[in-house]
Each structure stands twice: as structure tokens, then as C-alpha cells.
Design a protein around this ligand. Structure first.
Ligand code: PAF
Length: 283
């Protein structure tokens, strides 16, 4: 395993790999790696010749300094995990200044409204921060393909829009959500849940599965009300939002239209830990 801390160093290695005809796959992460990340790496290994995992806790995507401070950082464990599991992996592990230069600031993006709904409504500036760091990473690594989890489905669609708008020649590959045995979507935040809350948080996925069943026969309005009531009665989880939206535009559904793809999205708190999840709905 090779670890790069400087842009020039990684660029040189990539140039060489490309000159040998090898394709480059990027898996961007903020560290605190878990099985969900490792499954992205496995997908990347299947589809590209040289995989690079970036580990960088991006300050500009946090709307709250306390959240940034609390974000889990486990660099030694992350490197060990990658080295144990994969033989020919590269890791890009920059400091903020190395990636951003002297000014650690977000660019302002227009993602055609994808950024103003759901997560964008509750986390101001979040997607400008994500767009900024992903653009820096794409410009540095120049991958042929980049791999993102569908757990952050809104982020995935925004990154697709980013590459479309900037013309960066990267194919974005969305990878299925990896779940714990209980159904809870894998996330670095799960480590911060008490064992009781971790068990109870499976309710989020159970709800999404029920929604999937209801979507065939019930209206979106009915399902929304049903989900809200279900959470109101819950002693441990607090619903922040539930939405059924068009999978491409992320606009809230008005009326089901055949041929369109829809997804249901949830954000909820278990104590002070914010969890998100989503599911595809058959139409
Ligand atoms: O999904 C994440 O871990 C982050 O938002 C990303 C894409 C690595 C950007 O910092």
C-alpha cells in the first residue's frame, strides 16, 4: 500500500500509471472507515486498475464547528484496515492546506435545485463544501471513475451534476447501501450510537421497507402522514424529514407518473446522532 500526502507526489504516480495504460478509480472518504467504504473499494477494484482511497475530513462541508470537531478520526486504524484487506491500494491523505491552498473556502455552486431540498434545507452550505472538495479531488487525482455510496443519494446526484456542469471527465458510479444485520445503513456515525439506540435505529429501515410496500397502492400524501405518525409514537427516534421524491430531480412527488423513478428519504435523530437513509420505490 502506498500513502501519498502531497498533491504533486500523487499526481506523478497517477501520470505514470496512466502512461502504462492503467485506469484510475477514486473512492473519496472522510476516514473512520467501515464495511460500507470497503465495499466501495471492492467495486472500484472490479472496475478500474489502480484504486486510490482519499481520506480527508473536509472542513467546508460542516455547517457546525462542533460537528467537525466531533467527527471520528481514526487514521491508523483506517490505514491498517486498507492494508489488511487490499494488496495494491493507494491512499491520498492530505492536510487541508495541501488540498485547498491558503484559503479553506467553499465555492458557490448552482446544482439546479438539487442542493436546496432535504439535506440542503437542514445543513446550510453543506453541498457547496462537498462540491468544492470533490472538485479539488477530481482535479488532483483525475480518475476515470469515482465511487460513491447510495446512502448519501442526494450527494451522489449532486456529484453527477457537478461533473456534468464542470465538464470534468469522471464517470460517477453509485454503489448500493451496505446494511448492518438489523437493516441499519452502515455509517461512521453508527459507532457513536449507544448499543440501545443502535438497535432501535433499525426502525428507520423498517419504515422505509413498509413505505416501499405502501407505495404501490397509497398516495405519497397518505404515506408521509403515516410515517410522521409512526415516528411521533417512537420513544427514541426523532424524525427530521421524510420525503418521497423524483430520483433524478429530487423534487418532492406531486403525482406518480409512470416511467419516473422515485425514492423515499429519511433523516432522523437517535439522541444527538443524525442518521439518514433512503430506498428505491417501484413504480
Ligand atoms: O461522503 C463523504 O464521505 C464525503 O461527503 C465526501 C464525498 C468524501 C466529501 O468529503
Amino acid at each position: 500500500m502506498q500513502v501519498f500526502r502531497e498533491k504533486e507526489e500523487v499526481k506523478k504516480a497517477i501520470q505514470k500509471a496512466k502512461s502504462e495504460g492503467r485506469s484510475i478509480g477514486l473512492v473519496p472518504t472522510m476516514g473512520a472507515l467501515h464495511e460500507g467504504h470497503l465495499s466501495l473499494v471492492e467495486n472500484a477494484i472490479k472496475e478500474t486498475d489502480q484504486v486510490i482511497v482519499s481520506i480527508f475530513v473536509n472542513p467546508t462541508q460542516f455547517d457546525n464547528p462542533e460537528d467537525l470537531e466531533k467527527y471520528p478520526r481514526t487514521p491508523d486504524q483506517d490505514l491498517q484496515l486498507l492494508a489488511d484487506r487490499f494488496s495494491n491500494i493507494w491512499v491520498f491523505f492530505p492536510e487541508a492546506q495541501e488540498l485547498y491552498g491558503n484559503e479553506i473556502l467553499s465555492e458557490n455552486f448552482d446544482f439546479d435545485g438539487l442542493e436546496t431540498v432535504m439535506e440542503g434545507k437542514y445543513r446550510s452550505g453543506h453541498f457547496d463544501g462537498v462540491g468544492t472538495v470533490v472538485k479539488h479531488l477530481f482535479e488532483t487525482i483525475t480518475p476515470h471513475k469515482a465511487f460513491f455510496g447510495e446512502k448519501d443519494f442526494q450527494q451522489l446526484q449532486i456529484i453527477r451534476k457537478l461533473t456534468h456542469k464542470t465538464g470534468l471527465p469522471v464517470e460517477i458510479v453509485g454503489c448500493p447501501i451496505l446494511r448492518e444485520d438489523s437493516g441499519l445503513a452502515r455509517s461512521s456515525r453508527n459507532e457513536r450510537l449507544s448499543s440501545q439506540n443502535r438497535e432501535k435505529a433499525a426502525f428507520i429501515y423498517e419504515t422505509l421497507k413498509e413505505v416501499q410496500g405502501l407505495f404501490g397502492t397509497e398516495s405519497a400524501e397518505y404515506i408521509e402522514k403515516w410515517v410522521k405518525e409512526r415516528f411521533e409514537d417512537h420513544p427514541y427516534l426523532k424524525l427530521e424529514y421524510f420525503e418521497i421524491a423524483d430520483a433524478q430531480t429530487l423534487k418532492k412527488i406531486n403525482r406518480k407518473q409512470s416511467g419516473n423513478q422515485y425514492r423515499a428519504f429519511i433523516a432522523a435523530y437517535a439522541g444527538d446522532i443524525r442518521l439518514i437513509d433512503n430506498i428505491a420505490l417501484d413504480n
